[in-house]
Design a protein around this ligand. Structure first.
Ligand code: ADP
Length: 383
């Protein structure tokens, strides 16, 4: 999983004494009888880049618009730095929003675009010039100060929009799919730039995205949403390694899911009988599941070992082991993904990094293969 390594170790959510900077309390929004956001509470800390991640229509933008003041909550409260801003008009909030379209004024230069908000505030000319100049340096656009938006690339326009947003020193910056308009390569580069600027200035960002890779790469924490509710909040690695439900496991990254019944539980392990996998699955995490519960065992494609020879160590019980036939092979540049059809009819995806050299002969379509995985690779999901 790609992730920008943040220079500062910032985990205030681990500290019970830490005071949240943005507090969303029991916030709801209904349109007529339709509930777009359903009584949600989130605590976000100063300097975080918090992402709201979810499919289209799950309520991300409604939540963001309530933070910006463009939408009035049906119920609940929003506090920023201890101040209740729930019904404050947008222009009075210490909040600035950057739109996907960037919404730059086409007839104004880069410099004028960035200065616009400060002029409206009536700041002295010298102060505006200094602030704009230092912000343009920060986003590396000082050489393009006199250009018009149409003379800039997509990434540069995005940086102007960011500069215009940040120059007013808001307490909170809201980003609505900020990189959606950029092509893949530029997007990756811009992700780094955005995180660097955000870390340097220590500003708190809340970003809405449906792109899980983007959320995983950039965020301090992610809130995964489904139908107006947050299903899980956590740092990217936690969401990826320990999803709390089938929904989150399925939405974030690629996942194999084997349905089954818990047949043994002990203090150190869980055993799941799964017809789909064609074997008993032994999981060495301590997991709070009752005997007989219907669960799914989630296993990431990169955690499954694929071999063309039957492994010798499988033993009588044949746990965490399945036999199948290769149906498809996808080459994704840095990884191979094998689609394997098990004898149960279940399809499993196994990925293999390009760096890993197969010690045996290469795997081909229609080869019989043996899959196995470690007892700590499965995650038991009840929800
Ligand atoms: P997302 O940003 O996750 O794509 P939205 O927050 O835009 O989702 O929308 C959540 C739900 O609320 C959707 O079903 C959408 O149709 C509905 N919705 C959003 N705005 C309005 C509105 N002004 N009137 C009625 N329904 C709305």
């Amino acid at each position: 999983m790609a992730k920008i390594d943040r220079r500062t170790v910032l985990e205030p959510w681990q500290d019970p004494q830490a005071i949240p900077y943005v507090e969303i309390k029991d916030l709801s929004k209904s349109y007529g009888g339709y509930v777009a956001v359903s009584s949600q509470s989130i605590e976000i800390y100063k300097g975080e880049l918090f992402s709201l991640l979810g499919p289209s229509g799950c309520g991300k933008s409604t939540l963001l618009r309530m933070l910006a003041g463009f939408e009035d909550p049906s119920e609940g409260h929003i506090y920023i730095d201890g101040v209740n801003i729930t019904h404050m008009p947008p222009y009075e909030r210490p909040v600035n929003m950057m739109f996907q379209s960037y919404a730059l004024f086409p007839h104004m230069s880069v410099e004028q675009n960035v200065a616009f908000g400060l002029k409206q505030e009536g700041l002295p000319k010298d102060e505006i010039r200094d602030k704009v100049s230092s912000m343009l340096h920060r986003v590396r656009l000082n050489k393009h100060a006199s250009r018009k938006p149409h003379q800039l690339s997509g990434g540069q326009k995005q940086r102007v929009a960011l500069a215009r947003c940040l120059v007013k020193k808001p307490k909170l910056v809201l980003l609505d799919e900020p990189l959606g308009a950029l092509d893949r390569k530029l997007r990756e580069q811009t992700q780094f730039e955005l995180v660097n600027i955000q870390e340097d200035l220590g500003v708190t960002f809340i970003m809405v995205t449906h792109d899980q890779e983007e959320a995983m790469t950039m965020s301090t924490r992610i809130g995964v949403m489904e139908e107006g509710r947050i299903r899980q909040i956590g740092p990217p690695t936690e969401i990826y390694e320990y999803p709390n439900s089938r929904y989150v496991a399925d939405f974030v990254g690629d996942m194999n899911m084997f349905e089954g019944i818990v047949s043994e539980v002990d203090s150190g392990y869980v055993l799941v009988q799964s017809e789909e996998s064609g074997c008993d699955i032994y999981i060495s995490h301590v997991s709070d599941v009752p005997l007989g519960a219907s669960v799914a065992v989630a296993i990431r494609p990169e955690k499954i070992l694929l071999e063309t020879q039957e492994p010798k160590k499988v033993g009588q019980k044949k746990r965490n082991y399945a036999k199948g036939v290769v149906e498809e092979i996808a080459y994704l540049g840095d990884v191979y993904v094998y689609h394997v059809l098990l004898e149960s009819g279940k399809k499993v995806r196994v990925s293999l990094s390009n760096q890993v050299r197969l010690s045996e002969r290469p795997v081909n379509w229609e080869d019989v293969v043996y899959l196995s995985w470690h007892s700590d690779s499965g995650i038991v999901l009840t929800g």
